[in-house]
Design a protein around this ligand. Structure first.
Ligand code: ADE
Ligand code: ZN
Length: 346
């Protein structure tokens, strides 16, 4: 592949056009303020904010917790299966516009079951949108159930049990919410149980928390992917292991910027990680809150870090490699990626 043939001016169009997967996106984090207000009206929920503008103005975060407080409040408007469907469908339309060919989507059932919204309501609404995304948009997808780590492991077990009757509608379990003070070890037994039933395992680690949390996500939870993982940069032995074992890190640059993990995108370490051979790719995390969907992450990160066409190819290729699909499907996407690069002159 002749990457040098792609000039910097053509790079933004290439980034938009190239096929890619999205592996780290919380569906509740795709809830745009306009939809929050529409659903609040539909379900007669009172909001603390008077207008879309006032709500959007509150999206000035200083760390992960300051975001989570407002994110859980926003999710309170979701009550009926159709609400979950509408939220997911809106995401799929944005994903289609960004040439996302496949999405592995997180959902936080405890945020909803705590409000007496049933597991059936949550999963059936989301799953129906996934089915329609395949048939109407040609986007494949799967759901990953996340346990909230600020709650207890007993509550995670209870959640897993409630979701079990719907086990054909999600492929894996993850771990999210407030990281510091809630190490992966807290969830060792529930991850072991999920693994026994063949679920895929992922975990947020090293977003704000220390490299030790990445080690234990790998060695105690047996996570197959690390969500975020950007703090690995402070641990040479960990970086070497991540590179050698090609353990994917689902990196989210605009999220890291908005939650002050880095002062701004020009300080982000995803370029260094790529250059050190780690399996990283870009993701939007909570696009409605962090100022952009997947292509915004690609475009802004490339501009801030001066990345090139070879980096773009590697990121898209990693996004296929790290997904939970068959090797045959990955080969199909790689051919599409090569064709896209060839069209741009590589
Ligand atoms: N839930 C939604 N977004 C999250 C993030 N970036 N980190 C942890 N939990 C989350
Ligand atoms: Zn996340």
């Amino acid at each position: 592949m002749n990457f040098a043939a792609i000039t910097p001016e053509r790079l933004p169009d290439l980034l938009r056009a190239m096929p890619k997967t999205e592996l780290h996106m919380h569906i509740e984090g795709s809830l745009e303020p306009e939809l929050i207000f529409a659903l609040a009206q539909r379900n007669k929920v009172r909001l603390r904010y008077q207008s879309v503008e006032e709500l959007r103005a509150a999206y000035a975060f200083t760390n992960l917790q300051s975001f989570l407080d407002i994110y859980y409040a926003g999710a309170s408007v979701l009550q009926q299966p159709q609400d979950f469907y509408d939220m997911a469908w809106a995401y799929f339309l944005r994903a289609k516009a960004d040439n996302v060919v496949h999405a592995e989507i997180f959902f936080d059932p405890q945020t909803h079951t705590a409000r007496k919204v049933s597991m059936r309501t949550v999963i059936t609404g989301l799953h129906r949108a996934c089915v329609d995304a395949q048939s109407q948009l040609g986007i494949s997808s799967s759901l990953i159930l996340c346990f909230l780590r600020h709650l207890s492991e007993d509550e995670a077990f209870d959640t897993f049990e409630k979701a079990f009757p719907f086990r054909d509608k999600f492929i894996g379990v993850g771990l999210d919410s407030s990281e510091r003070g809630h190490p992966p070890e807290k969830f060792e037994r529930v991850f072991k149980r999920a693994a026994q039933f063949g679920f895929k395992l992922v975990a947020h680690a090293g977003e704000e928390g220390p490299p030790a949390y990445i080690w234990s996500a790998l060695d105690v939870l047996h996570a197959q992917r690390i969500d975020h993982g950007v703090q690995a940069i402070h641990d040479t032995a960990l970086m070497a292991r991540l590179a050698k074992e090609r353990i994917p890190l689902t990196v989210c640059p605009l999220s890291n910027q908005k939650l002050c993990v880095f002062p701004d995108l020009s300080y982000h370490n995803v370029g260094q990680m790529l250059d050190q051979g780690l399996s990283v790719m870009l993701n939007s995390d909570d696009p409605a809150y962090f100022g952009g969907y997947l292509n915004d992450n690609y475009l802004q990160t490339f501009a801030a870090l001066n990345l090139n066409a070879q980096h773009a190819y590697q990121l898209a290729s990693n996004s296929f490699e790290a997904s939970f699909v068959s090797s045959e499907q990955k080969a199909v996407w790689r051919e599409q990626l090569d064709a896209c690069f060839a069209k741009f002159g590589a």
